[in-house]
Ligand binder design. Sequence first.
Ligand code: 5CA
Ligand code: ZN
Length: 416
Amino acid sequence: MRAWPSPAVPRLDDLGTARTPSLFDTASGSVVATSPDGPARMYVCGITPYDATHIGHAATYVAFDLLYRAWLDAGHEVRYVQNVTDIDDPLLERARATGADWAELAERETELFRVDMQALRVLAPQGYVGAVESISTITEMIERLQRLGHAYEVDADVYFSVHADPAFGQVSGLDEPRMIDLFAERGGDPGRPGKKHPLDCLLWQAERPGEPAWDSGLGRGRPGWHVECSAIALEYLGERFDVQGGGSDLVFPHHEMTASEAQAAFDGLRFAQTYVHAGMVGYGGEKMSKSKGNLVLVSQLHDSGTDPMALRLALLRHHYRSDWNWTDADLRRAQTWLTDWRVAVRESSGSGRGAATAPVVHEVREALADDLDAPSATEAVRRWSVATNEGADRSEQGAGDVIRRLVDARLGIDLG
Ligand code: 5CA
Ligand code: ZN
């Protein structure tokens, strides 16, 4: 699939080097150093394109964009893959409910997502990969699991025996009753008769009347959700890739199942090294979700004249791991900050003078290297803008040129 155009990332080499970032790893429950061996490899779970991008999606993709930028500044190349779940139950349900063609709906919403990501200056993945274009990669993995005896049929559907992976449970660390509850809540079918274990998950769903289906050695049908990400990640990144990412709603079952399917398919394989999860953004006290309909859409804000850079700054004012509620006040505050930053940068560029930049460069880099602490990084820039605008410190000529580059490269905000 085509991704979207990436903005250029200014180089900061003349400002010294950044530390390779550490991240909170859900699986170990601790902050761990990333240590890319060659290019840093990242897989972030993409959208299910049946509705427009909301602030929650935007916050998650901006969080991983910070990681991409952190690796670049630390001198690493980055290989980034993101999927598009362009065939799944919610997409088919929405298409049925609205009388739309499922493939057209998916293409339309994916295109809107591209436009939103571009407006937010999110760096594009080099591999933007749909499930539909990956059917043969996915069926190869399922057939492999079958050959190894790790899959079985219920009616004509194919299930994965989750305990075929001895490491099953290591991503979420949850106990079995909790897993079963979450599985039922999040699209699983723990009670289906004929399954060997309630947590076993669907790999291949046999063709249902009126639904799209593909021919394969498994019969006509379509892939289950989790195996899509197992197969795409291994195909494009290989094993032991650095970061598997997404929102915290994906910890269980999605990332648990994704890892276990890949690990069971290849004996001794380790899927990702680090599992990184963004907190949930709510609106009106509930998780913002397409199914609940309590959405604040990126495109709506944009259409009504919101500067996407103010939106991006509003998102960065929350630590990516925290759960938080969107309010209009967030946006107003971010707009004020952004205006102050722009004034400070403009007035202290070229022959203008502003507050010393070396401490800001250091603080921004250190904050972001420490589990992507964007609130502290933005606070450092704000202190600089206040000192510059109030004239408390005008010790450095051309300070604005440094801060403009820093804020662009590390925070993805264009100060003009
Ligand atoms: N296609 C699957 C992943 S393979 C999926 O979860 N799609 S999604 O459209 O529902 O979500 C896309 C991404 O946004 C996921 O990483 C998800 O964890 C994240 N996300 C969804 N809702 C929120 C929210 N309210 N706050 C933060 N992130 C969210
Ligand atoms: Zn996924």
